[in-house]
Design a protein around this ligand. Structure first.
Ligand code: XMP
Length: 333
């Protein structure tokens, strides 16, 4: 990441007209920077990397090579969505890497949250670097760095400690000495979304709620197992479906399921049925530094509970986390 300061007189991008102007300027700038060379991008499907991809496809077309690493910790249908939008609709040069086994094998038996985060972050770089080495003639690396990332780095450089080690791509091995292309590095998140819509990306992608780099890895609490991870993914998909149907998706800042590594006794078909609890988290915040709890109507909680306990193998209870941040962080790990 290149630390750059946002000019004080830079106008906030709030309208399609301003976004179109920004896009035009960036297209010219990127073309001038990279010429006829190839550019590599790690495309997670999050807002930032998606907007960078769409912008670069407009600027340099097939000179952009997108690599989507599926670490096996994506939410339901997330990788499929990336392939659909970028591989099919936008006809991008897209390499899809299913690295599920690499990640889950390394994570087996690891229960300490920071250790899990470090493993996922480091392995992400390994997988991405492996793909980069297979490609020829790449001179540039595009990144979805946005202005808050730069502000955060400046804070860390001043010695302020972070609560958790966040992972976003960075720090590639030395043999991969790419020049950086960071077309949205001076934008705030709301501006990135306006630019994304102006670029014609689907609304659901542009307004996607934040999803941590380590993905479901920090929501499948403790040592990850494939069966519990699958249960988490299915339960999370049900929560999202019900929030969508009931108009909560646009209203609540972030919501998800976490599944701890504990079992309780239940009863199903008149037999003992041991299962994990699914924990609902639904929070509102402005900047993720503090957060309050969304008051989900009871009828929706009942519906979600009913569906998860009937449809998801291995879950026999549903709990609702009422803890604000602070004292709880938004994610459980
Ligand atoms: P916490 O759990 O610290 O999370 O209250 C604050 C916000 O950050 C997201 N989060 C991450 N985002 N990489 C990211 O890009 C990460 O490693 C990461 N960990 C947490 C979290 O989902 C919440 O929105």
């Amino acid at each position: 990441m290149e630390l750059a300061k946002r000019p004080e007189d830079m106008k906030r991008i709030t309208t399609k007209e301003l976004a179109d102007k920004f896009i035009k300027e960036q297209i010219a700038e990127v073309r001038a920077q990279v010429g006829d060379k190839k550019v590599l991008l790690a495309l997670s499907g999050g807002v930032d990397s998606s907007v960078v991809a769409a912008l670069l496809i407009k600027a340099i077309g097939k000179q952009l090579v997108c690599v989507h690493v599926n670490h096996g910790l994506m939410r339901k249908n997330e990788s499929e969505n990336v392939i659909e939008v970028f591989g099919k609709e936008l006809d991008a040069n897209l390499i899809y890497v299913d690295a599920t086994d690499r990640f889950l094998d390394l994570l087996a038996g690891v229960s300490e949250p920071e250790k899990k985060r470090k493993i996922i972050g480091a392995e992400f770089i390994n997988v991405f670097a492996d793909e980069a080495r297979k490609l020829e003639g790449i001179e540039f690396l595009a990144q979805g760095t946005i202005y808050p990332d730069i502000l955060e780095s400046i804070k860390q450089a001043e010695g302020k400690q972070a609560v958790k080690s966040h992972h976003n791509v960075g720090g590639l091995p030395e043999d991969l000495n790419f020049q950086l292309v960071e077309p949205i590095k001076l934008l705030f998140k709301d501006e990135v979304r306006v630019v994304g819509e102006a670029l014609g990306l689907p609304h659901t992608m542009v307004y996607r709620q934040p999803f941590p780099g380590p993905g479901l890895g920090v929501r499948c609490l403790g040592a990850i197992t494939r069966d519990r991870l699958n249960a988490l993914r299915e339960a999370d998909a049900i929560l999202r479906e019900e929030f969508d149907k009931n108009g909560l998706a646009e209203k609540v800042w972030q919501y998800f399921i976490a599944v701890p590594d504990i079992k309780s006794v239940g009863v199903k078909n008149e037999s003992r049925y041991e299962g994990w609890p699914a924990i609902i988290r639904a929070v509102n915040t402005k900047d993720a530094m503090s957060a309050t709890i969304e008051e989900i109507p009871y009828a929706i909680l009942h519906k979600v509970t009913d569906r998860i306990t009937h449809e998801v193998e291995g879950i026999n209870r549903v709990l609702y986390d009422l803890t604000p941040k602070p004292i709880g962080t938004i994610e459980w790990e």
